[in-house]
Design a binder for this molecule. Structure first.
Ligand code: ADP
Ligand code: ADP
Ligand code: MG
Length: 462
C-alpha cells in the first residue's frame, strides 16, 4: 500500500554532506521544515546550520550514527517529524530501514520495501529484467563454486566479471582474464562481498572491454504514473566509481536513446516504482548494444545533471510523491535542453593515487555565474572530517551544447579557489582538456588505462 494522502510538514534528513543540504533546501522550497540528524563530527556542517533544527544521532563513526536505524527513527519521532529522507548511501537502499520507518508511523521518502528488495539485489533485478525482455549482459545466475565460474569461462570465454549481488559503490567486482585467475578471484570477491555487504552471493557477466556507462532517470508516483527524464553518461570512472558525469549522453543514437528510456520505464512500472530511481545500463561500443546493469532505488549523486537539462527539481518531486501527490508533470512535459556536466570535487590528491586529503579549508571561493551550480556542505574555515566519503562538492555547468559546457566547466574549475587541502580539481582540468574526452573516445577504463597510465604522466599541463 502506498502512503497516499499523508501530508508532510517536517522531514528528518537521515544523511550528511552535500545531499543533506540539498534535501533541507528542497524542503524549504516546499514550505516544509527540515531536521537534520548529525554525528558528533558533523555538528558544524552547512546542513546543520541551514536546517530548522539539528540533533545529534551518535558518534562520528557511521556504524554508530548514520547507519543506526533505531537512533535515526527515535530522533525523527522525538523532533516531531512525519517523514524521513534517506539521501544516497547509508540506509537509503535498506528495505529493513524502510519497514522500520513505516512501523513507527514515518513516511519514507522513496520506493516501497518490496521495490527496494526486488531491485536492490542485483541478481534478483537481473532476473526481473530478463523476465521483461530488458537486455542483460550475457552471463550466469548465482555461481556458488569456483568450478562453476571455470565452466562458464570454458563455455563462453574470457574475460568475465565476478560481481557481488549485494555490491555497490564499485566494490565487490573482479575481472577474470583466464582460467588461472578463477580461484583467487572467486575467493576474493565472495570474501569481500560477505565482509562489505553481509552477503557472499556472486554472479557472472561477460566483461565488456570498451564500454560506456549510461543511465536513465525515472520518477514514479503512487498512482502508477512513471516517467523518464532522459539519460546521464557516467563513463569517466576510476575503479568503477564515477568521477565526472554529463547529460545527455554524447554517444547515443536517437533511436537507442528512446529504446533505453522505454526499457527503464518498463522495469520501473513493473515493480510499481515510487519516487526517484535510476536504471543503469552499459553500452558495448564494439557492438553498439546496451544491457541492463542495475537499478538504484534512491536519489543519485549525479541527479543535478538531469535537473540542469530538464529544469525539474527531483528532490522536491520525490517528497511530493511520498506525501501521496501525483507527479506534477507528464512525459510530454519533459524536454531536454542543452548539455550539462558535473565534476565530483573530492578531498583527494589525485597525483598520489587519489589519497584522501582531509583538513581545514583555509580558503573556499566557488565560481558563480549563469549556468553554474555548486552542491556542497563546505565553507571557508570548515574542517573536513576524515571519517566519511571524500566528496566535498559537485560542480555543475549548463550550456547550449557540449563544447560550450566543456569550456564553461574549464573556466569554472580554474576560478574555484580552495586552500588547505588537495582536491580533484586539477584532475578534472586534465580530463576536460584531453582530446579523448573532448572527442568522446572515453571508455569506463580510460582514466586508468590512458589518463593516469604511468607512461602518460609527463610534466603537468593545466
Ligand atoms: P551514484 O550512482 O549515485 O553515483 P555511487 O555508487 O557513487 O552512486 O554511490 C553513492 C554513495 O553511496 C557513495 O558514497 C557510495 O560509496 C555509497 N554506496 C553505494 N552503494 C553502496 C553499498 N551497497 N554499500 C555501501 N555504500 C554504498
Ligand atoms: P555498482 O553497484 O558498484 O555501481 P554496477 O553494476 O553499476 O555496480 O557497475 C559499476 C561499474 O562497473 C560500471 O559503471 C562499469 O564501469 C563497470 N561494470 C559493471 N559491469 C560491467 C561489465 N559487465 N562489463 C564491463 N564493465 C562493467
Ligand atoms: Mg552502479
Amino acid at each position: 500500500m502506498p502512503d497516499v494522502g499523508r501530508p508532510i510538514r517536517r522531514v528528518f534528513v537521515a544523511n550528511r554532506g552535500e545531499i543533506a543540504v540539498r534535501i533541507v533546501e528542497a524542503c524549504h522550497r516546499l514550505g516544509i521544515e527540515a531536521v537534520v540528524g548529525v554525528s558528533d563530527a558533523d555538528r558544524d556542517t552547512l546542513a546543520a546550520l541551514r536546517a530548522d533544527r539539528a540533533v545529534c544521532i551518535g558518534p562520528a563513526r557511521a556504524t554508530d550514527s548514520y547507519l543506526r536505524k533505531e537512533a535515526i527513527v527515535a530522533a525523527a519521532l522525538g523532533t516531531g517529524c512525519d517523514a524521513v529522507h534517506p539521501g544516497y548511501g547509508f540506509l537509503s537502499e535498506r528495505a529493513a530501514f524502510r519497514r522500520y520507518c513505516a512501523e513507527h508511523g514515518l513516511v519514507f521518502v522513496g520506493p516501497s520495501a518490496q521495490a527496494i528488495s526486488e531491485l536492490g539485489d542485483k541478481l534478483r533485478a537481473r532476473r526481473i529484467a530478463e523476465s521483461l525482455g530488458v537486455p542483460t549482459v550475457p552471463g550466469s545466475d548465482h555461481v556458488e563454486w569456483a568450478a562453476d565460474a571455470r565452466r562458464f569461462g570454458e563455455r563462453e570465454g574470457y574475460p568475465f566479471l565476478l560481481k557481488a549481488s549485494a555490491g555497490g559503490g564499485g566494490r565487490g567486482m573482479r575481472i577474470v582474464r583466464d582460467a588461472a585467475e578463477v580461484d583467487a578471484a572467486h575467493a576474493g570477491a565472495s570474501a569481500e562481498a560477505a565482509a562489505a555487504f553481509g552477503d557472499p552471493t556472486l554472479y557472472i557477466e561477460r566483461y565488456i572491454e570498451r564500454a560506456r556507462h549510461v543511465e536513465v532517470q525515472v520518477l514514479g508516483d503512487s498512482f502508477g504514473n512513471v516517467v523518464h527524464l532522459g539519460e546521464r553518461d557516467c563513463s569517466t570512472q576510476r575503479r568503477h566509481q564515477k568521477l565526472l558525469e554529463e547529460g545527455p549522453s554524447p554517444i547515443l543514437a536517437e533511436s537507442v536513446r528512446r529504446q533505453m528510456a522505454a526499457e527503464a520505464v518498463k522495469l520501473a512500472r513493473h515493480v510499481g516504482y515510487e519516487g526517484a530511481g535510476t536504471v543503469e545500463f552499459i553500452v558495448d561500443l564494439d557492438t553498439k548494444s546496451f544491457y541492463f546493469l542495475e537499478m538504484n532505488t534512491r536519489i543519485q549523486v549525479e541527479h543535478p545533471v538531469t535537473e540542469m537539462i530538464t529544469g525539474r527539481d527531483l528532490v522536491a518531486e520525490m517528497i511530493r510523491i511520498a506525501a501521496g501527490e501525483p507527479l506534477s508533470f507528464s512525459q510530454d512535459d519533459v524536454s531536454i535542453r542543452g548539455h550539462s556536466i558535473e565534476c565530483r570535487i573530492n578531498a583527494e590528491d589525485f597525483r598520489a593515487g587519489f589519497r584522501p586529503s582531509p583538513g581545514q579549508l583555509r580558503a573556499w571561493s566557488p565560481p558563480s555565474g549563469p549556468g553554474i551550480r555548486l552542491d556542497s556542505h563546505c565553507y571557508a574555515g570548515y574542517r573536513i572530517p576524515p571519517f566519511y566519503d571524500s566528496m566535498i562538492g559537485k560542480l555543475l555547468v549548463h550550456a547550449d551544447d557540449r563544447a560550450q559546457a566543456i569550456e564553461k566547466m574549464r573556466d569554472a574549475l580554474e576560478a574555484f579557489v580552495i586552500e588547505g587541502i588537495e582536491t580533484t580539481i586539477p584532475f578534472h582540468r586534465k580530463v576536460l582538456s584531453h582530446p579523448d574526452f573532448r572527442e568522446n573516445r572515453v571508455t569506463t577504463r580510460w582514466v586508468e588505462n590512458v589518463l593516469m597510465h604511468p607512461a602518460n604522466q609527463g610534466p603537468e599541463s593545466p
